[in-house]
Design a protein around this ligand. Structure first.
Ligand code: NDP
Ligand code: GDR
Length: 329
């Protein structure tokens, strides 16, 4: 059976991907960052976590960081993975304006460290790089694989570096290294400061009488929101394809932040206008106005197609946040 290494395994996508690969019989290794206050930040992995003393386990977590080149070489040499998924990133766009240097170090240089570690280990692993629709920035929708890049944040710029580094290692060394240019994807495991989860958590708390308001930034931004577990399936499919090819991964349908909020509040019988207030703090120095992906190529060539669209996603996330509030995490 195959062995996979996932950086960013504790994140939204990393946790779903680990579940998917374990269900397929893989042995899964994940890189977990050091945290001062916890043994490990693994709450999203609760469903699949195995005690290190259990025999026959297939999930192995390693302390590590993509800013440590030597560690990556040692890990890859020891594990000899068949597939590597580079999901580690400082992934918050607003935060990247406050931490541009840090974001570049993790999100851009982390990718080239990993590519170089694979080369240094002289192994034949397939590599998935988590590229993003943020690289399109101001380019008008619909965006496909041929659309020009014009990133609008330190995060977008860092991801563009990682994207081209992946293409370059493929072209220079013949590596099976691919970019999934993923549009926004969400789930009940989405980080609480991304707009969808911020809204659905607020809906749950407001419906329970715990809060009255939620403060948001730009309500006019348009996003193509899909369902994260489907996107991790696309990542896996891309590494099973006979050739290394970059693909846009998107639903093709989009909504404004306002429309998402309206649908989420309505699902709990609330009117968003009674509860959403504006706060400048959540505006960005430069905004990406409209992302709507054209994922025809991945559907045609490897048969992946989004099933859940933004309105159903809003309902899934509101239901999950209300249930978590009632029952505890
Ligand atoms: P998250 O922010 O939920 O997860 C990021 C992961 O990276 C976490 O496990 C985090 O660890 C880890 N990480 C952060 N810094 C480091 C570091 N220095 N060394 C090692 N690990 C680190 O992101 P998502 O799961 O949503 O996204 C996964 C990837 O896909 C990211 O690269 C993101 O940029 C990209 N992407 C996401 C999209 C989306 O809509 N979700 C769309 C397009 C691309 P910790 O838990 O300790 O913070
Ligand atoms: P994004 O996601 O920047 O698209 O990046 P986010 O949910 O942060 O913002 C989406 C849009 O909503 C607007 N917005 C707000 N955003 C946040 N976070 N908080 C608010 O209060 C708020 N109010 C309005 C934003 O301005 C923006 O237009 C996500 C990340 O997962 C990236 O890592 C990934 O690459 C891209 O999606 C595709």
């Amino acid at each position: 059976m195959k062995t996979a290494l996932i950086t960013g395994i504790t994140g939204q996508d990393g946790s779903y991907l680990a579940e998917l690969l374990l269900a397929k019989g893989y042995t899964v290794h994940g890189v977990v960052r050091h945290a001062s206050s916890l043994i490990a930040n693994t709450s999203r992995l609760d469903a699949v976590y195995q005690d290190p003393h259990e025999s026959g386990r297939r999930l192995f977590l390693h302390k590590g960081d993509v800013t440590d080149a030597g560690l990556l070489v040692n890990l890859i040499r020891d594990i000899v993975p068949d597939e590597i998924y580079n999901l580690a990133a400082q992934s918050h766009v607003r935060v990247s304006f406050d931490l541009p240097d840090y974001t570049a170090n993790v999100t851009a240089l982390g990718a080239i460290r990993l590519l170089e570690a694979v080369r240094a280990s002289r192994i034949d692993a397939k590599i998935y790089q988590a590229s993003t629709s943020e690289m399109f920035g101001t380019t008008a929708p619909p965006q496909d694989e041929g659309a020009p890049f014009h990133p609008r944040s330190p995060y977008g710029v860092a991801k563009l570096y990682a994207h081209w580094a992946t293409v370059n290692y493929r072209e220079s060394y013949g590596m099976f290294a691919v970019n999934g240019i993923a549009f926004n994807h969400e789930s009940p495991r989405r980080g609480e400061t991304f707009v969808t989860r911020k809204v659905t958590r607020a809906v749950a708390r407001i419906a329970a009488g715990l809060e009255k308001k939620v403060y948001l930034g730009n309500l006019d931004a348009v996003r193509d929101w899909g369902y994260a577990p489907e996107y991790t399936e696309a990542m896996w499919l891309m590494l099973q394809h006979r050739e290394p090819v970059d693909y846009v991964v998107a639903t093709g349908r989009a909504a404004t932040v306002r429309e998402f909020a309206e649908a989420a509040f309505a699902h709990a019988g609330l009117d968003w206008r009674d509860h959403v207030e504006h706060d400048d703090r959540y505006e960005r120095p430069a905004e990406v106005p409209e992302l709507v992906g054209n994922a025809a190529k991945i559907e045609r060539e490897i048969g992946w197609k989004a099933r859940v669209h933004w309105d159903e996603l809003a309902r899934i996330m509101v239901d999950a946040d209300r249930k978590a509030l009632r029952e505890g995490p």
